[in-house]
Design a protein around this ligand. Structure first.
Ligand code: NAD
Length: 251
């Protein structure tokens, strides 16, 4: 009997997979059977090692998602080593924050380049090789739906990812390729460590979350595995909010 969540024999690329949410996604995809290309700008061999320890194939390929040449190399190397791409998880991202009136143009452009252009570039190159049954999962944010304080560029980029997801879903649906976005709330990773150092502000955030806790990387990895699998074979263009109920209860 077919297990709808089984990813055996699939080839996945996860960007920003050296740590945090991306690392957890790589490991959980592997637990479901996928071979995983770990990509990042920082060393990602330790994630690749964890995937291999699960009996799957894995390599680390360094690529800055905002750099066209490096993205083309990531996709070409994946094709050369694995021969196909079934799953692309556009997870790499940065978060810059400041009040709008003091938000630097440099930080604006860096954020848009990595968080939005990176998703476009990786998707464009992977889609040249993806076949019926393949799937892209874009890690956006609740900031791409409802906004977040002092985060003009991040909100714009993540909102762009949400819209790009829906556009790509409509363009590639007829080819049997699904494209969905995941919108995490507050997840404890190196990116958000700064919030956790301020007990008062983190407790104020937790007070707004119906499930009464912040998320862990695995809380995002599970929904990504689901969206990548045949269990989600009739889901495309969807935005899956994974935030413990935060923005729903704020409405
Ligand atoms: P993180 O900073 O721990 O990990 C991000 C990874 O992306 C790092 O390994 C980093 O080296 C990599 N990266 C950064 N710039 C890159 C580039 N130009 N090219 C390739 N890789 C690059 O952050 P995280 O919390 O694990 O975030 C993962 C994703 O989830 C991001 O897209 C982030 O915006 C999104 N997200 C996180 C939260 C949260 O609360 N942590 C909430 C909503 C959305």
């Amino acid at each position: 009997m077919n297990n709808l969540f089984d990813l055996s024999g699939k080839v996945a690329i996860v960007t920003g997979a050296a740590r945090g949410i991306g690392e957890s996604i790589a490991v959980e995809l592997a637990k479901s059977g996928a071979n995983v290309v770990v990509s990042d700008i920082i060393p990602g061999e330790s994630t690749a090692k964890k995937v291999k320890a699960l009996g799957r194939k894995s390599i680390y390929i360094r690529a800055d998602v905002s750099n066209e040449k490096e993205v083309i190399n990531l996709i070409n190397e994946t094709m050369r080593k694995f021969g196909k791409i079934d799953i692309l998880v556009n997870n790499a991202g940065i978060y810059k924050y400041a009040p709008t009136t003091s938000f630097s143009l440099e930080d604006w452009e860096k954020t848009i380049h990595i968080d939005l252009r990176g998703v476009f570039l990786c998707s464009r190159e992977a889609l040249k090789h993806m076949k019926r049954g393949a799937s892209i999962i874009n890690i956006s944010s609740i900031a791409g739906i409802s906004g977040f304080p002092d985060s003009a560029a991040y909100c714009a980029a993540k909102g762009g990812v949400r819209a790009l997801t829906k556009y790509l879903a409509s363009e590639f649906g007829k080819k049997g390729i699904r494209v969905n976005s995941v919108h995490p709330g507050i997840i404890h990773t190196p990116m958000t460590q700064q919030f956790f150092e301020d007990k008062k502000s983190i407790n104020e955030m937790i007070a707004k979350i119906p499930l009464g806790r912040v998320g862990q990387p695995i809380d995002i990895a599970g929904p990504v595995v689901f969206l990548a699998s045949d269990a989600a074979s009739y889901i495309t263009g969807e935005e899956l909010v994974v935030d413990g109920g935060w923005i729903f209860s704020a409405e």
